[in-house]
Ligand binder design. Structure first.
Ligand code: SGN
Ligand code: CA
Length: 561
């Protein structure tokens, strides 16, 4: 027996127990939370939902590892309001951020503040769009307002405003990976918000994707030529691919091309081109951009005089979709970079990863781009959740979950108490297969931003798996009833169809109940209309059809007098 033999077992025991403690610590550690959100990313453009438009292998990985929600929706289909709902766990009429117009009320309590107080490290990178900085974050680098695709500025927590050269989707990822690698402390759990600007209008893709995507041919949706029969609000909206996309900023027809063709500007056409493209791209980027789009410009100049309205619509749809999908290609690549980093650094096992969008988007359905309406393409939003070991890989759920539920879900995941005044529900029962703890039958929706760009009337609604009962109340008084199962493309308003009398009655009652449950009312509607109209009367509103705005103001003055 040598002199070490006696102590060897002890040494082994020590090392072994040391390992065990570390292992135990790891499993007891509260989960990390990664919230990935893109801006205006339609579920139709994620191949886990539908692979006709684009392949998104990296985003799909999240669903392969976890759960794909096929019936997730937002409570108010517009950017900053959706973000406010996500952070507060409260409907727009309660958190006060009803539209993109007024800044977020920072006296609201948000889930990142609660998580930070409970010991989570918190960081946010990318688009917030609040008009003020986020509270509850150890680190943030956010885009001012909508942000820019090329060489974007950022507002940072520690270094004021900075400018970074490059393409926004790559840069937001660089910042995120840099934080994970260099700032994050290994001993504490973290909550990270990784928020893309893409694929928001005016859809400027990365140089490396221009050649591929400007040559793609995209299949058309069935409802590209909708006539909006029985849906007057849809008819009034200004989001037609044919009529409302600008030539230069959106369709990438150069200002000199439309001048040479004698085409009149659409809306703030050249201005949008200036602030999105001309004033942002450096000389090399601009040369690459011009090079990629020159062929399109030449062909359009030649073809336009002979095009019928139908042909022009089809051409404009292709142009729109090529650029929109091109920006998504970079999002997918960058989500892949993040997932690879997590895998390489053993961060997958104890992390819940959420991929979603601030709302859905029309990709030509009803002839539209943009969002705002309660019709499926913008009411629904993509939702993919991975949580290895907790969520069954490759699972699916068609439960009616909403962006309202994220705050409580994350607090639940972290084991932190959920404030009683939050209005959502934790999704943990669905994620972990405890369906006896989940019994939601309907959701509530309310959109406010009118009169404004795209002219979508204010409306509220109740939605069940079978029906939507919708009330457009300003400045029209119009009800719609959609039979979701019989009419999935949502082309027919059956509100006045005698066959639906009983259903209509039942849904009216349920709508009243759900409005009471969430604390919404006609009085609140009126209050929000007054605030908004007083302000736009004085200060105007970006991008609005001025003529129509004046009409609405005058009509309102008349009825008020
Ligand atoms: C901008 C866009 C609109 C878009 C809003 C809101 N116009 O104003 O088309 O609906 O943002 O989008 S643009 O001329 O600036 O491109 S949101 O995602 O921020 O709500
Ligand atoms: Ca958005």
């Amino acid at each position: 027996m040598n002199k070490y033999s006696a102590v060897l077992p002890l040494v082994i025991l020590f090392i072994f127990s040391g390992c065990q403690t570390k292992e135990e610590e790891k499993t007891n550690k509260r989960p990390n939370i990664i919230f990935i959100m893109s801006d205006d990313h339609a579920y139709q453009a994620i191949s886990a939902y539908d692979n006709r438009l684009i392949k998104t292998p990296n985003i799909d990985r999240i669903a392969e590892m976890g759960m794909l929600f096929t019936n997730a929706s937002v409570t108010n289909s517009i950017c900053a309001p959706s973000r406010a709902v996500i952070l507060t766990g409260k409907h727009s009429h309660i958190n006060g951020k009803i539209d993109n117009h007024f800044p977020f009320d920072t006296t609201n309590v948000t889930f990142p503040q609660i998580l930070q107080n409970s010991g989570y490290q918190t960081a946010m990178f990318g688009k917030l769009h609040f008009g003020n900085n986020p509270k509850g974050f150890d680190q943030f680098k956010i885009l001012p307002g909508q942000g820019a695709y090329y060489n974007p500025d950022f507002i940072t927590k520690n270094d004021g405003e900075i400018n970074v050269k490059g393409y926004v989707t790559d840069i937001i990822t660089d910042m995120t990976l840099d934080w994970l690698e260099n700032e994050r402390k290994e001993e504490d759990p973290f909550m990270l918000m990784y928020l893309h600007k893409a694929p928001h209008r005016s859809w400027v893709m990365a140089e490396r994707h221009m050649e591929e995507f400007t040559n793609k041919i995209i299949p058309e949706p069935e409802t590209l030529f909708d006539d909006y029969k029985s849906r007057p609000a849809a008819k009034e909206a200004e989001m037609s691919i044919l009529k409302h996309l600008s030539w230069t900023g959106d369709s990438k027809i150069f200002p000199e091309t439309i001048d040479a063709m004698g085409l009149p500007e659409i809306g703030i056409d050249k201005l949008r081109y200036s602030f999105g493209i001309k004033d942002r791209l450096d000389t090399t980027q601009m040369a690459n951009f011009k090079n990629a789009y020159q062929k399109i410009n030449d062909e359009f100049k030649e073809a336009y005089p002979k095009m019928s309205e139908e042909e022009l619509m089809k051409w404009r749809y292709q142009r729109y979709m090529q650029d929109y999908l091109g920006t998504i290609k970079a999002v997918d690549e960058n989500v892949g970079r993040l997932l690879d980093y997590l895998e390489t650094n053993n961060l997958m096992e104890n992390t819940i990863i959420v991929y979603t969008s601030d709302q859905g988007f029309y990709l030509g359905e009803h002839g539209w781009f943009d969002k705002r309406f309660i019709y499926d393409e913008s009411f629904k939003t993509p939702l993919l959740v991975a949580w290895p070991g907790k969520v069954k890989a490759g699972s699916k759920s068609d439960e009616m979950v909403q962006n309202l539920d994220f705050a409580q879900t994350f607090l639940d995941v972290a084991g932190v108490e959920q404030p009683a005044d939050m209005q959502g529900e934790s999704l943990v029962p669905i994620l972990t297969g405890k369906m006896e703890d989940w019994n939601r039958k309907s959701v509530y929706y309310h959109y406010y931003e009118y009169p404004a760009e795209h002219m979508v009337n204010r409306h509220y609604a109740i939605v069940t798996k079978e029906y939507k009962l919708i009330h457009y109340y300003f400045d029209m008084d119009h009800w719609e009833l959609i039979d979701r199962l019989k009419d999935p493309k949502e082309l027919t308003n059956v509100y006045n169809d005698p066959a639906y009398v009983d259903i209509r009655k039942k849904l009216h009652k349920e709508l009243e109940q759900i409005r009471t449950k969430y604390g919404d009312s006609d009085e609140l509607n009126q209050q929000y209309i007054n605030e908004f109209m007083n302000d736009v009367g004085k200060n105007g509103i970006f991008g609005v059809n001025e003529e129509k705005l004046q009409e609405i103001i005058q009509k309102r003055n008349k009825t008020n007098n």
